[in-house]
Design a protein around this ligand. Structure first.
Ligand code: SF4
Length: 430
């Protein structure tokens, strides 16, 4: 059980905040200890009212850092008024502190620790059992203009690598063969945990477990994509050459209005590089039409880009105005009919691309993972590495095959989003 102590400085309002954090952590299974040096986590609730109070806060933090350096405690968390006013300066001056929180982030202190230090209990899977999602972070710091997730889920809290690896180990023991790595934005994993914890290293560690034949990455934000991931994919045994990189739009004015970071040129260059450097890459994206201010010209640029780029997989949706989001004040000026027409044009273009890509696979042998057998139709359904469950394409094979098995099939026919296949019989095994 993780032990914590809180040093509450300053006024009674601070004390109430400390009590709230204490209560939240106790109900999350942490244990409160009276002496700072007996804790694993030392939380300092600072005061920034007048100079002596600031000095007292800084001295207390420095003493806590000393305890951490001596190995007596494991983490130092700073919250409260001083942290609210001088967070950036403190972060620079005191990198030994694990995390800083302001006065309006009381819930976040507990949430951060509960996620970061929670002991992962083996999960009872609700997926079919041979694949499972591995959540590596909660919340999101991106504030994309249309999105309510940061309001609902709060700021990003990455789980510590040892917690994630333990979760993965538990999943492997349950027979999971395909691990699907998720977060609101997987590419910013670890940014809140310090400079040594990043997605490429985490993926390498997951690959080194040798526990999963397939590891799949979702929600890679194009503005934060770390090019080291190219080497990770190419050098690993199990990280699939499948990247889900939601672009939302390609026209720079729209990307900026959506507050997605960087610009259209960056996305074009990134995709060209990924395709050139990762053999056999399956690229999935998501696009949004009808965001306020999307002119016909901006939309046409997106449509042309979808046609030229020929994403392997694509999901599209129309903008909907959400309460409290940065885009709420822009209204919802594009009529629903126009949004639908634009979405249809994108999806029709993609349908042709998908059919063309599927037809190119006729006559080839593919390794697939069987997801399910439908006793009514008498067919089994599986997926190639190019496809994530539920959102991407399927391979249909007549007859009953065992769920969770990898089999080789020959593709004999193709429709828009599905492939038809026959089991390849291994003559030597007869
Ligand atoms: S769209 Fe995704 S990346 Fe953007 S704020 Fe929402 S959750 Fe974060």
């Amino acid at each position: 059980m993780k032990k914590f102590n809180i040093i509450s400085l300053g006024c009674s309002k601070n004390l109430v905040d400390s009590e709230e954090v204490k209560g939240l952590l106790l109900s999350g299974g942490f244990k409160y200890v009276e002496a700072a040096e007996e804790s694993d986590i030392l939380i300092i609730n600072t005061c920034g009212f007048i100079l002596p109070a600031k000095e007292e806060s800084i001295n207390t933090i420095l003493q806590a850092i000393k305890l951490k350096e001596n190995g007596q405690i494991k983490s130092v968390i700073v919250m409260g008024c001083l942290s609210q006013r001088y967070r950036e300066e403190l972060k620079k001056e005191l990198p030994e502190v694990d995390a800083f929180f302001g006065v309006d982030e009381i819930q976040d202190v507990a949430k951060y620790l509960l996620h970061r230090d929670a002991i992962p209990a083996p999960r009872s899977l609700m997926t079919p059992g041979h694949y499972a999602f591995l959540k590596i972070a909660e919340g999101c710091n991106n504030n994309c203009a249309y999105c309510a997730i940061p309001l609902i889920r709060g700021k990003q809290v990455s789980l510590k690598p040892d917690i994630i690896l333990k979760d993965a180990e538990n999943l492997a023991k349950q027979g999971v063969k395909e691990l699907i790595v998720i977060a609101q934005d997987t590419t910013t994993y670890g940014w809140d945990l310090g400079k040594d914890i990043r997605l490429p290293k985490l993926l390498r560690d997951l690959d080194a477990m040798n526990a999963f034949p397939w590891i799949r990455l979702h929600y890679a934000h194009p503005a934060h994509f770390d090019l080291e991931l190219i080497d990770v994919i190419n050098e690993s045994k199990s990280i699939l050459p499948y990247i889900d990189i939601p672009i939302q739009h390609i026209q720079t004015d729209m990307i900026r209005a959506m507050k997605r970071g960087k610009d259209g040129e960056h996305i074009r260059e990134l995709i060209t590089k990924l395709r050139a450097e990762i053999p056999n890459l399956s690229l999935r994206t998501t696009v949004m039409v009808g965001f306020p201010g999307e002119t016909e010209e901006a939309f046409n640029e997106l449509l042309e880009f979808v046609k030229e780029t020929k994403f392997d997989r694509l999901g599209g949706f129309t903008y909907s105005q959400e309460d409290g989001t940065p885009a709420e004040s822009l209204g919802d000026p594009i009529p629903e009919g126009i949004k639908q027409r634009r979405l249809e044009a994108i999806m029709t273009a993609q349908q042709e691309i998908s059919l063309e890509k599927n037809q190119a696979l006729i006559g080839t042998t593919q390794k697939i993972l069987i997801d399910t057998y439908d006793s009514l139709s008498g067919d089994s359904y599986g997926r190639t590495f190019r496809d994530s469950p539920d959102i991407d394409n399927r391979v249909i094979i007549p007859g009953e095959l065992k769920k969770g098995e990898f089999v080789d099939v020959e593709i004999i026919d193709a429709v828009d989003y599905d492939l038809l296949a026959e089991l390849v019989i291994n003559i030597q095994s007869l």
